[in-house]
Design a protein around this ligand. Structure first.
Ligand SMILES: Cc1cc2nc3c(=O)[nH]c(=O)nc-3n(C[C@H](O)[C@H](O)[C@H](O)COP(=O)(O)OP(=O)(O)OC[C@H]3O[C@@H](n4cnc5c(N)ncnc54)[C@H](O)[C@@H]3O)c2cc1C
Length: 190
């Protein structure tokens, strides 16, 4: 049983995954490698001079793995609630159980619509439909959250990655029963 399962490993999903895994949550990320970010050349991400989209996506997955997240190449075809958990089904026949699910599916809202997540018109250029989330990232289905482009934020890597982190922090806080913060201390070399 995973604590948090994330659909999509673009900036939103991988960022959520690394925060969740670093917080000690058993974390699964499933991605079918059809993201927007692989087509981007990025020069406007704070702290990064420039980076090719495919490199950013690969680094994001590596960073999530570094903290213990499991990253699976597959397509999620269904998410079904069974009691107090979700069962996540994949195209390759996989079946995974998780307490919470984050949809970070980029421009695609197909899975969300199939499983009954409420949508609304998008406001960003070329984004027709997004998921109807509250300020914390909750969808209308208790336990299913959303982050990044599919959650209607501005379509830029620093914002989608930040939104993924935000949603993960909110879920970690909910699971822990207190607000969560992840701060490491810089130790200058003497
Ligand atoms: C040509 C181009 C240039 C860009 N240039 C810039 C730029 O210069 N600066 C900038 O900040 N932003 C740029 N962007 C935008 C940037 O790529 C996006 O803002 C951001 O990366 C989107 O992140 P995301 O995680 O929401 O979505 P994505 O990166 O699209 O990730 C979503 C992931 O979910 C996966 N997925 C979807 N459905 C499923 C499913 N059912 N099962 C499993 N996996 C699934 C997809 O395969 C994908 O990997 C550019 C975009 C494009 C297309």
């Amino acid at each position: 049983m995973y604590d948090i399962a994330i659909v999509g490993a673009g900036p939103a999903g991988a960022s959520a995954a690394l925060f969740a895994a670093k917080a000690g949550k058993k974390t699964l990320v499933i991605d079918n490698d059809k993201g927007l970010t692989k087509r981007a050349w990025v020069e406007n991400h704070y702290g990064v001079m420039e980076i090719a989209g495919p490199d950013m996506v690969e680094l994001g997955k590596q960073q999530a793995r570094k903290f213990g997240a499991e990253v699976v190449d597959d397509e999620v075809t269904d998410v079904v609630r069974e009691g107090d958990k979700f069962v996540i089904k994949t195209a390759q026949g996989g079946s995974y159980e998780a307490k919470r699910v984050i949809l970070a599916t980029g421009i695609s809202v197909e899975l969300a619509e199939k499983i009954g997540v409420r949508t609304k018109p998008g406001t960003e250029p070329r984004i027709k439909t997004v998921l109807d989330v509250d300020a914390e990232g909750r969808t209308n289905i208790d336990g299913i959250w959303a982050a990044g482009t599919c959650a209607g934020v501005s379509v830029h890597t620093i914002i989608t990655a930040g939104d993924g982190a935000k949603v993960a922090i909110n879920i970690i806080s909910e699971l822990n029963g207190e607000r969560y913060v992840d701060h490491d201390l810089y130790q200058p070399k003497s």
